[in-house]
Ligand binder design. Sequence first.
Ligand SMILES: Cc1ncc(COP(=O)(O)O)c(C=O)c1O
Length: 397
Amino acid sequence: MPSRFWADARAQMLLDADVTNLNTGSFGPLPRIVFDQVTRLRHRLAEEPMDFLVRQTPPLLWQARERLAHYLAGDPYRLAFTANVTAAINTVAASLRLAAPGEILLTDHEYGAMHWCWERAAQRQGLTLRTFRLPILAETPEEIVSAARTAFTDKTRLLFFSHVLSPTGLVLPARELCADARRHGIVSVIDGAHAPGMIPLNLEEIASDYYGGNCHKWILAPTGSGFLYFAPGSEERLQPLQVSWGWHHDRKRADQRDEFGATPRLRYYESEGVRDPCPWLAVPTALDFQIGLGPEGIHARIEKLVRYVRERLSTIKGMSLATPTHPAMHGAMTAFRLPAGLDPVALRRTLWEKYHIEAPIIERPEGLLIRVSTHFYNTEQEIDRLGEALEMMSCEW
Ligand SMILES: Cc1ncc(COP(=O)(O)O)c(C=O)c1O
């Protein structure tokens, strides 16, 4: 694909021209068309809330659900919208009743807030929370599967892992891990904060019991769009986080379409009083935008940029690659270990104040990492800018 094509695609993004944004991994910026759509919807919500919420939203909500489910190769009847992946995982953690004594098993690279979420679930149910060490520089997905399998015990009730690790961008073999968990009678819960829109996703094939995801990172949908997907047979154990208008419902028609753009079952999880549904309703526009650019082309573009990141930054003094190069084990985030003894606060400040670069400095027990996200709209020049900044900074390391 000629670079003119990607320059045009970039021109359709709302990006601050003074900032080098290599951090879709934290928050996705919006394509202009998505911003315009969510703003149009909010305008209608502002001017005639009754008409918008009661009459216009239901068909748009079902359409958004169908489009997202289709994009993720899932079933719309098993996809509940949430504000974010945090809400999705909390819903699962607060719902499940697991047999005690027993343990909840996590990798040692989970997102801090989600680790705490399971910590509370374990405390409430008299369970143990245990983490197992991920071989994060593994050369094959089998090494990851084997590490998880070795960690299973007859007390393991639930396995929780990120599909794409936040600190390093390592992509875990989700389907194999879930199949293994199932064979051991273990419930599988996936944190898909980063996967949708970053890597090809097939929820039916992965077949986890529960999968929470975000649309406001790599799909580039508005902030406040996430989802919870549940497997057949796993729905009866789920409870909503908040009791609202979905609570009492006709269980005999739980999975039939209703007049709210949901089903009674989905509304049971989704309804939380009055809320702004516009981020969910704008998801189809975000999907259309990336589908219009061509998912395969985007994938190839990301792979090219990832390779460039590796080449450009691996040679900088004291930095070493922390994300596997195996095609199945990385997506669009590339992390590097930084030399020991650096001050993370000072690094963040310098990157932002001196260079206007967005790339997170992540603190891990093993040391500091810098994580570089490259979506289709990023450029080699931006990666060079980060490289030059790090080279300057490394004079003092
Ligand atoms: C792996 C992982 N899980 C969960 C989250 C939380 O996402 P949100 O705040 O959108 O719920 C993040 C955010 O970056 C993440 O990286």
